[in-house]
Design a binder for this molecule. Structure first.
Ligand code: FAD
Ligand code: DHB
Length: 391
């Protein structure tokens, strides 16, 4: 098999890249190790920045998002029993975010790719990216039990944190920057209307809690739990009891309960692999960087990377100049590090660290008070949350 761009992985990064290349008239092949149902139902992110919404729309993938996505103009911060709303449009000159789940973004992009785009092979596991530093990189893969080779002009590794593409970068040429956190998130989906019409980020002495949603009838909620927690260790009523404690306010706000349909634990990690390119292999999305989920940046960063790659390759084809491809890593990393900073700030602002001193606990409250009382501090949060510009 031969193609211009070999894409490893059909998560949001790989699927959107395939769509952007299709729109630009550049052929590609997507290899995905899992089956279609798995990719379409894996519960993950839920918040799209304005820039992500604009990109999906411009790529012709925004029809259902515009119909059923929920525009959100703010979030609520909750601490010490008090509530503070952050008004995004007022603080950012009109920007907002959209609640539309990653599962739905993937469903829309898969349907478009299968109807209009090039090959998208499910249950096709990439085994290795080879010859990345030549002008004929290759992906060795196994599909339906048979090994094959995809010969490419470029390979884009969109295969997530556990993928194989990053392994093709020789250790001596890369640097990794990493931090782990001593806690994770227990996430649930529940068949109950969200108890608040905007997201609620709660800092409580017992731990962080987040109220989000998937639709007007489905809630998505998260609890800070110790690292390596087994989700089965939490009975449904225990989860609701703990959420109720952490969201408690001084007024008559109530958390509604309903049947829990899914439960899982997400670890928390910050990770950046520099550079994001080796020869003709480009890394995009979680294959190159991870943020802790607080502030919902992971999916949006993946979108920024593939937009940057598609623009750079289109530019090279139109003008013959490789300048934008050569700048790919640098261009992406500027935005990546702003998102790393923002996600780290949100995480350390809202999660009591089990090893922290009482002094650090008071500092968290002081940082929250500052956001609630200073327009400058609040604006910084609103700008970060609604997203950093695509270069
Ligand atoms: P992925 O979505 O990981 O996609 C990579 C794809 O590559 C997968 O489909 C995988 O099956 C495939 N693949 C892997 N190896 C191979 C191979 N060898 N050959 C072929 N295909 C391969 N972000 C938020 O903003 N909010 C959240 O609540 C949130 N929750 C998360 C929960 C979990 C458990 C995880 C892991 C991430 C979460 N994220 C969240 C982050 C967000 O979902 C990711 O940033 C986003 O999925 C990145 O997209 P991606 O396409 O780069 O990678
Ligand atoms: C969701 C996840 C996040 O990490 C976040 O900050 C907000 C919402 C969600 O899954 O809905």
């Amino acid at each position: 098999m031969r193609t211009t761009v070999g894409i490893v992985g059909a998560g949001p990064a790989g699927l959107l890249l395939a769509r952007l290349l299709h729109v630009a008239g550049i052929d590609c092949v997507v290899l995905e190790s899992r089956d279609r149902a798995y990719v379409e139902h894996r519960q993950r992110a839920g918040i799209l920045e304005q820039g992500t919404v604009d990109v999906l729309r411009a790529a012709g993938a925004g029809e259902r998002m515009d119909r059923v996505g929920l525009r959100h103009d703010g979030i609520e911060l909750r601490f010490g029993g008090r509530r503070h709303r952050v008004d995004f449009p007022a603080l950012t000159g009109g920007r907002s975010v959209t609640v539309y789940a990653q599962t739905e973004v993937c469903k829309d992009l898969i349907a478009l790719q299968l109807a209009q785009g090039g090959p998208l092979l499910f249950e096709a596991e990439a085994l290795a990216v080879e010859d990345a530093d030549t002008d004929r990189p290759r992906v060795r893969f196994r599909h339906e039990g048979v090994e094959d080779v995809l010969e490419c002009d470029y390979v884009v590794g969109c295969d997530g944190f556990w993928g194989v593409a990053r392994k093709a970068v020789p250790a001596g040429t890369a640097r990794v920057f990493e931090r782990t956190y001593p806690f994770g998130w227990l996430g649930i989906l529940a068949d109950v209307p969200p108890s608040h019409d905007e997201l609620v980020y709660a800092r409580h002495e017992r731990g962080f809690a987040l109220l989000s949603m998937r639709s007007p009838s489905v809630s998505r909620l998260y609890l800070q739990v110790p690292q390596d927690t087994d989700p089965r260790a939490w009975a449904d009523e225990e989860i609701w009891d703990e959420l109720t404690r952490r969201f408690a306010t001084d007024d008559d706000w109530r958390l509604e309960r309903g049947p829990i349909t899914q439960k899982s634990v997400t670890p928390m990690r910050s990770y950046v692999h520099e550079p994001m390119r080796h020869g003709r292999l480009f890394l995009a999305g979680d294959a190159a960087h991870i943020v802790p989920p607080t502030g919902a940046k992971g999916l949006n960063l993946a979108v920024g990377d593939v937009v940057t790659f598609a623009r750079a390759l289109t530019h090279q084809r139109r003008t013959g100049s490789p300048a934008l491809l050569d700048a790919y890593s640098q261009t992406c990393l500027r935005r990546v590090w702003q998102a790393e900073r923002f996600s780290y700030d949100m995480t350390t602002l809202l999660h009591p660290d089990p090893g922290a001193t009482p002094f650090e606990g008071r500092l968290q409250l002081a940082r929250l008070e500052r956001i609630a009382s200073s327009r400058a501090a609040e604006t910084d949060l609103a700008e970060g949350y609604t997203g950093f510009a695509f270069d």
